[in-house]
Design a protein around this ligand. Structure first.
Ligand code: ADP
Ligand code: MG
Length: 568
């Protein structure tokens, strides 16, 4: 048996612990939700590994989570008979934060407690939240399949370090023992713990059991019975009927599957029957994760087959441009031993992905079309967080392109703000008489777009122009030629044809002026030589003397700059 050794926490863990204890105190009950959530994940993992290795169960087939307390010792213990952890796993899971983007996240913290508390919430708190109420945490764990002598004890006061030692542990799984801080005595009550479990963890599909307590009339006090009772509903939430699930339960379930700390913006829950049978419970988060831009990052969908957890991050179930969606898909048709490779080719999966995509778009449309302010605000939040990713869908999902186009929002010359709130529909509704095109300008920034000399003629004529300044816009526009039968036209490209907006008289005048400048233009062409493809007299400018335009069929200046920056 190895000696007890002491190891230091990763720097970010130390910071997280410090912040959490101080800033999340008003929300301290969530520690139990987080620990139960981990216990439930551990059971899911065991079930999955056991599909191909039934021996992992040993003689203990009934997965459950047990919550107990000891008034004298001032402890609360959360036990599971899930997958457990090996020594190496303990070190990497309970000594570091494995989330991508952790370093960047911590570099953003300001030191202002209020501000940072909100950020920490976004980051997700997990296991370390135990230290909100505990001055010391002990974890006894044994990996499924390991010998009793291969147990590991992790112990820490949540300051700079933790200790590890080998122990004998009779059953597999994990016990988390919290030694409560002074002042947390109210948690040492059956009633209190049950009410916290029902509030935050009712959706957990495993039974959460506690020792039964009963009022003894003779002794005039509650006595602890030698019997366990199940505190939660212990059925998969997504398998319940919608009318049996409250908003709070949906929200708490979201936090469990997403490891998020905030409520979601919206969800959709459906049971689909027919060619393929499955249940989907999908959520739109209220904020973007740190690694939203990592397209290789796997999506947030948990795949279950007939209630058995199969895998996290099943990226085949959602198109890449909806990678921010979180939730559960439970299929009745897929085999239990389905692998990522099989998912890739499966027809069932294709059907599920198409169905889920339609559901998500429907959910977004509902938010986008909301009449009341709350709904409008939600869509604005959604757009701020995920709008740029949704734009990828224009190029990625030809089938749903029209639906996605309706969901897009832009800044526009109609508003004096860089906020992206104008839809193509809004634009079309405001088009001037005789206008048959949708005009836009692309630029690196809102300021550059707003001050583009190309806009001058449009301002003069009172024609609205959409201001496109996201990196993905040019790429997206290469897949989007029109909306609602109206051509999308860059104000910076080619000989701008204003169509009916330009009257006959103006046209004639322009031709005369052009003829008058022919000599000058020829001289300039000669002087510029190969540097310019053409020199033209223009009427689009009202203040600026000259501007550069791209050829109709050429990449625009902005896209060229982007490609250059990307080294192409
Ligand atoms: P998250 O649940 O978001 O991954 P946590 O901080 O809650 O983050 O947990 C960190 C990791 O520790 C988990 O991903 C898991 O690998 C491990 N872990 C925590 N609790 C348990 C447990 N009860 N059984 C097995 N592994 C656990
Ligand atoms: Mg967790």
């Amino acid at each position: 048996v190895a000696e007890k050794e002491t190891l230091g926490f990763q720097a970010e863990v130390k910071q997280l612990l410090q912040l959490m204890i101080h800033s999340l105190y008003s929300n301290k009950e969530i520690f139990l939700r987080e620990l139960i959530s981990n216990a439930s994940d551990a059971a899911d993992k065991l079930r999955f590994e056991a599909i191909n290795n039934d021996a992992l169960y040993g003689n203990d087939h009934e997965l459950r989570i047990k919550v107990a307390f000891d008034k004298d010792a001032r402890t609360i213990t959360i036990s599971d008979n899930g997958i457990g952890m090996s020594r190496d796993e303990v070190i990497s899971h309970l000594g570091t934060i494995a989330k991508s983007g952790t370093k960047e996240f911590f570099s953003k913290l300001s030191g202002d407690q209020q501000q940072d508390a909100a950020l920490i919430g976004q980051f997700g708190v997990g296991f370390y939240s135990a230290f909100i109420v505990a001055e010391k945490v002990i974890v006894n764990t044994r990996r499924a399949g390991a010998f009793a002598s291969e147990g590991v004890r992790w112990e820490s006061t949540g300051e700079g370090d933790y200790s590890l030692e080998s122990i004998e542990k009779t059953g597999r799984g994990t016990d988390v023992i919290l030694h409560l801080r002074d002042g947390e005595e109210e948690l040492l009550s059956s009633w209190k713990l049950k009410s916290i479990i029902r509030k935050y963890s009712d959706h957990i599909s495993l039974p959460i059991v506690m020792q039964k307590e009963e009022w003894d009339e003779e002794a005039k006090q509650t006595v602890v019975k030698d019997e366990l009772e199940t505190v939660n509903q212990a059925s998969a939430l997504w398998a319940r009927s919608k009318s049996d699930v409250t908003q709070e339960q949906y929200n708490e379930f979201y936090k469990h599957v997403s490891h998020d700390f905030q409520d979601p913006l919206a969800y959709t829950h459906n049971r689909v029957e027919g060619r393929s049978e499955y249940t989907q419970l999908l959520y739109v988060p209220a904020h973007a994760p740190f690694d939203l831009w990592d397209r290789s990052k796997r999506a947030g969908i948990k795949l279950y087959v007939k209630r058995v957890f199969i895998m996290d991050d099943a990226e085949q179930l959602m198109p890449t441009y909806l990678r921010f969606i979180k939730g559960v898909i439970d299929s009745s048709d897929l085999p239990l031993n389905v692998s990522r490779e099989i998912l890739q080719e499966s027809r069932d999966v294709k059907v599920i992905r198409e169905g889920s995509t339609k559901r998500v778009l429907g959910m977004l449309e509902e938010m986008a079309n909301a009449e009341e302010q709350e709904g409008k605000d939600k869509y604005a939040t959604f757009w701020k967080e995920f709008g740029q990713v949704l734009k990828e869908g224009i190029g990625e999902d030809a089938t749903n392109k029209d639906r996605i186009a309706k969901l897009l929002r832009f800044a526009s010359t109609a508003n004096d703000s860089d906020e992206q709130t104008v839809s193509f529909g809004d634009y079309v509704g405001r088009m001037k008489e005789g206008q048959d095109k949708i005009y836009y300008v692309t630029a690196d920034s809102y300021t550059a777009a707003k001050n583009s000399p190309h806009l001058e003629i449009f301002r003069k004529k009172g024609v609205e122009v959409l201001l496109m300044t996201d990196r993905v816009d040019e790429w997206m526009l290469s897949f989007l030629n029109d909306f609602d039968g109206k051509e999308l036209v860059s104000v910076a490209k080619g000989g701008l044809d204003l169509g009916a907006l330009e009257d006959e008289l103006e046209k004639k005048e322009h031709e005369e002026v052009e003829a008058g400048y022919k000599e000058l233009v020829d001289k300039m062409k000669g002087a510029l030589g190969d540097k310019a493809k053409d020199v033209r007299v223009t009427f689009r400018l009202t203040d600026s003397p000259a501007c550069l335009v791209a050829d109709e069929n050429e990449l625009s200046g902005n896209l060229l700059r982007m490609l250059k920056a990307a080294g192409q």
